[in-house]
Design a protein around this ligand. Sequence first.
Ligand SMILES: C[S@@+](CC[C@H](N)C(=O)[O-])C[C@H]1O[C@@H](n2cnc3c(N)ncnc32)[C@H](O)[C@@H]1O
Length: 296
Amino acid sequence: MKFLYLPLWFFKTRILGKKIPLQSVIFITDKCNLRCKHCSIYSTKNTLTKKYKQIKKELEYCYQLGSRFVDFEGGEPILWRDGDKDLNSLLDLAREIGFFSVTITTNGQQPFSHVRANSIWVSVDGFEEYHDEIRGKHTFERLVHNINESTHPHISINMVVNCLNYKAVEQTIEFAKQNQNIEMISINFHTPYKNTEYLRLEMEQRAEVIDKVIAYKRKGYPIMNSISGLKKMKTLDFKKYCWISNFIHVNGQKTVDCGGSKLGLCDECGFSMAGEMNALMNLKPDTIFAGMRLRM
Ligand SMILES: C[S@@+](CC[C@H](N)C(=O)[O-])C[C@H]1O[C@@H](n2cnc3c(N)ncnc32)[C@H](O)[C@@H]1O
């Protein structure tokens, strides 16, 4: 059934024109243990943390829509608690409901070996001082320690490239390759949400970075992005299929995409998934291969 899901989903969406999300992104808290320069999500006071019951309803809603992959986001998802329930309770619940795989994105400041996600994405915004400049002193050292200590079988890293760290892309890709505990690296670009506009990378610089990433990918480095998807992110001049991921925000608001379209940010979007989704819908073999590797 799991193996039939993707071809069936493709048939229903691409051939029959239905908009069925493949994956859901659920923000479970805006509480965070870091104050990153690029972030517009964490809250410093009056933090919002969803109740277990609410997240259960949201998971069921996403499942009903047809989604079978879920990513828990924050804030910092590892900090999530509701009484005796913790993040593992949510991960188990999602699989009980029928999701094929559950991922989390973490800042890696706390150990995560115990986290029962199918895969764990650790945010690494550059090597050493580049990362620390964005996320705070010693945050790189702590996440490297936690990656090295982790026994989790599927750890990958996510780098968001901006004007402060673009010079560190090569070093970060090398770091991903050399660290035995890291499966792959995903490259995204800063999306200039309110008050973070100064971090945007000019499109010419973005194109240069993408060319470098493609060269590494061609050399066999473990880069999650497909070459077809990366090329799309150079110009952003393509049809968006961002409904492939539906979002439920920390205030419970449901959106059919990341919500950036409402804010007029699509022309400056840095989420490489946008390019991957277009390439997938255009049946680019390398994107299909990258997607299968990621999902299955
Ligand atoms: C909002 S964070 C929350 C999860 C966790 N606290 C962490 O730091 O990974 C999820 C991911 O979104 C990325 N992100 C945050 N703001 C962004 C922006 N403006 N543009 C692109 N990616 C962004 C982060 O780098 C991180 O990889």
